[in-house]
Write a protein that binds this ligand. Structure first.
Ligand SMILES: *Cc1c(COP(=O)(O)O)cnc(C)c1O
Length: 365
């Protein structure tokens, strides 16, 4: 078959083990999944009670314009309705952007390590990928701007960055945008926006008034606790959004996702609560790291990237066998580290006790 040549060097995504699989495999009654940065508190009570009354007409196609959710978000962010693009998760927005803006003759710039879907989608398009190493978990914005040439089409910024958790400071972000040519789209992926507690952060949506070549990605998958529904969105200049809309599949956001996301926006106190709880638990994990003399990155998200003694795969396996699913840094471009979603108080206590046992074993005392 005449496969896209780019596929030759690619491998399909291998999903992590589900909690059910881990239970069966190791004979465990309880398993805590701290691998995909899902919300350990689930979704809002407002959403949960709405679900009991939800009567979807499954035979009817979704509203391809997402009118109600669009109006609500346009209000929330104080942007025009035509500034918003919906996706089947923000993953799909990433794929729409690459299909619309990258090909064999163009290049794209991103950090490394960062969210792998930017490079993955760019590779399918045959575009050249320019990966600029992080400095202490931070995007090297000067390095990224030096990598620009006439064929640069898209720059990806992930803030807070997955897998390190570092936030790009608002001031540095603005300085960077001022240097970027207007024919380059700058994507600011803020999947963990709701978790940011750094008080110097200025909502990036303000940047759109000044910079027409920016798109900001947000999602209902993380803090809103709706990852299974697959709904995310981009906010950008209407001229950018209307081009991207040519690539979007007409019914990419499903009816339940739209209805439930609308409800989720009505309960921002839940989001605030999650942010506060997450921050408290984040500090506990940072203390744990300090006490055990383990390097940990500054995080503004609901996960931490923490150093391990020995091989990260071994550490992840030890934790897995005892009911804690975490991601080995070996698979994330950060060998010597594990990425751990910040769980509830009880989950984190259990995780730290188990991780402590592992460290004792490896350290021999
Ligand atoms: C989880 C995540 C996403 C994907 O979110 P979906 O909306 O579920 O597709 C995008 N970007 C980053 C950095 C993420 O961590």
């Amino acid at each position: 078959m005449k496969w896209n040549r780019a596929l030759r060097d690619m491998k399909p995504y291998i999903p992590g083990k589900t909690t059910t699989e881990v239970k069966t495999l190791y004979g465990l009654d309880e398993v805590v999944k701290l691998a995909s940065n899902e919300n350990p508190y689930g979704c809002s009570p407002t959403v949960q009670s709405f679900l009991k009354t939800l009567r979807t007409e499954f035979e009817i196609y979704p509203d391809g314009h997402a009118s109600v959710l669009r109006a609500k978000l346009s209000d929330r962010h104080n942007v025009e309705e035509s500034s918003i693009l919906f996706g089947n998760g923000s993953d799909e927005i990433i794929s729409i952007i690459t299909r619309a803006l990258l090909d064999e003759n163009l290049n794209t710039i991103m950090a490394i390590p960062t969210f792998p879907q930017y490079a993955h989608n760019a590779r399918i398009q045959g575009a050249e990928i320019r990966e600029i190493p992080l400095h202490n978990g931070q995007h090297d914005l000067d390095g990224m701007s030096c990598a620009i040439d006439a064929n640069t089409s898209v720059i990806w910024l992930c803030s807070p960055n997955n897998p390190t958790g570092n936030l790009i400071p608002s001031k540095a972000l603005r300085n960077f945008l001022e240097q970027i040519r207007l024919d380059i789209l700058v994507v600011i992926d803020e999947a963990y926006f709701e978790y940011i507690s750094d008080e110097s952060y200025i909502d990036s949506v303000h940047l759109l008034q000044e910079f027409q070549n920016v798109i900001i990605l947000r999602t209902f998958s993380k803090a809103f606790g709706l990852a299974s529904l697959r709904i995310g969105y981009g906010i950008g200049h209407p001229s950018v959004i209307s081009e991207l809309n040519k690539v979007r599949n007409p019914f990419n956001a499903n009816t339940n996702a739209l209805l439930i996301a609308e409800k989720a926006l009505d309960d921002m106190s839940f989001i605030q609560q999650c942010r506060e709880l997450n921050h408290i638990q984040s500090l506990r994990l940072q203390n744990f790291a300090a006490q055990h003399d383990l390097h940990i990155f500054d995080t503004e998200a609901n996960f931490v990237l923490i150093a391990v003694d020995g091989d990260a795969d071994d550490a992840a396996k030890y934790l897995l066998q005892r009911g804690y699913i975490v991601r080995s840094g070996n698979a994330l471009g950060t060998p010597g580290y594990i990425r751990v979603t910040i769980g509830t108080q009880v989950q984190n206590t259990g995780f730290m006790a188990t991780f402590n046992q592992y460290l004792k074993n490896v350290r021999g005392h």
